[in-house]
Design a protein around this ligand. Structure first.
Ligand code: C5P
Length: 247
C-alpha cells in the first residue's frame, strides 16, 4: 500500500463535504494542483457526486469513495465492481467478515478483468461509538477490543487498509503488517477550529503515530484560502516525515 505514496502530497485526502456537484467542482478548481486525492462521502455521493469520480480520475486525481458498504455478499460484490469501473482508488466497507470477504473477492475480480487498482478500506468501529454504544447495539466486546479484533480480521481477509482515529493508529500500526494502510480523519492543523470532532490530532502527530493517509475536510474546504491551507498541511506532513525514524 505505502508503495502508492510518492510524495507527502499523496498522503493528504481532502473530503469534498459539499452539497452538490457544482460546489465540488468549484472547490477542485480552486485547489488545483495543491490536492491530488479527494474523498466523496454520503453528502456529495448521494447528490450526484459519483459522476465526478471519472472526471477526477481523468484529470489525474485519485478518489476515495467513502460509502461504507454493508449488505449481503452478492450486493456488496456488485457495488464494489461498479465503483472499481468508475476508477476509484479507495472504497470503505464496514468491517464485518462476510462483507469484507465479498469486497476483497470483487476487488480481485475487477483487478483481473479491468486492471482496476481499487483498494478496500475497512471501518472497524465508528469513532462515535463507545463501550456503552457497542453493548447497546448487542455486542459483547467493548469498542476498542472490537477495533483490534476487526482490524486483525480485515488483515487476514486481505483488506488493504483501515480507517481509524489518530488515537487508534499507534496500536494498529503495532499489530498490523506495515503494508496495511492507516487512513485517518479528525486531523486539525494547530490553531484550526475543532468543529464537532472530539478527538483530534495535528498532521505531524498523526504521521509520527504511523498514519499513512490524512483525511481533512473543513480545515481545507472552509478556509479563506483553501489552497494555502492544503499546502500548509502538506508542508507539515513533509516535515514530520523527515523527522520520523526509519522503521
Ligand atoms: O471536516 P473534517 O476534517 O472533520 O472531515 C472529516 C471527514 O472524515 C468527514 O468526511 C467525515 O465523514 C470523515 N470521518 C470522520 N470521522 C470518522 C470517520 C470519517 O470525521 N470517524
Amino acid at each position: 500500500m505505502t508503495q502508492d505514496i510518492v510524495t507527502p502530497r499523496d498522503r493528504l485526502i481532502v473530503a469534498l463535504d459539499v452539497p452538490d456537484v457544482a460546489a465540488a467542482q468549484a472547490m477542485v478548481a480552486r485547489l488545483g494542483d495543491s490536492v491530488s486525492f479527494y474523498k466523496i462521502g454520503y453528502q456529495l455521493g448521494y447528490a450526484g457526486g459519483l459522476s465526478m469520480v471519472g472526471d477526477l480520475v481523468r484529470s489525474g486525481k485519485r478518489v476515495f469513495v467513502d460509502l461504507k458498504l454493508h449488505d449481503i455478499g452478492n450486493t456488496v460484490a456488485n457495488g464494489v465492481a461498479s465503483l472499481a469501473r468508475l476508477g476509484a482508488t479507495f472504497l470503505t466497507v464496514h468491517a464485518y467478515p462476510q462483507t469484507m470477504k465479498a469486497a476483497v473477492a470483487a476487488r480481485d475480480a475487477s483487478r483481473q478483468k479491468t486492471g482496476s487498482s481499487l483498494k478496500i478500506l475497512a471501518v472497524t468501529v465508528l469513532t462515535s461509538y463507545n463501550d456503552e454504544d457497542a453493548h447497546e447495539a448487542g455486542y459483547r466486546l467493548g469498542a476498542s477490543e472490537m477495533v483490534d479484533m476487526r482490524a486483525r480480521q480485515a488483515q487476514a481477509i486481505g483488506v488493504d487498509g483501515i480507517v481509524c482515529s489518530a488515537e487508534e493508529a499507534e496500536n494498529l500500526r503495532r499489530i498490523l503488517r506495515p503494508d496495511i494502510a492507516l487512513v485517518t480523519p479528525g486531523i486539525r492543523p494547530a490553531g484550526s477550529a475543532v468543529g464537532d470532532q472530539k478527538r483530534v490530532m495535528t498532521p505531524a502527530r498523526a504521521i509520527a503515530s504511523g498514519v499513512d493517509y490524512l483525511v481533512v475536510g473543513r480545515p481545507v474546504i472552509e478556509a479563506d484560502d483553501p489552497r494555502a491551507a492544503a499546502d500548509a498541511i502538506v508542508a507539515e506532513i513533509a516535515a514530520a516525515l523527515s523527522e520520523k525514524p526509519v522503521a
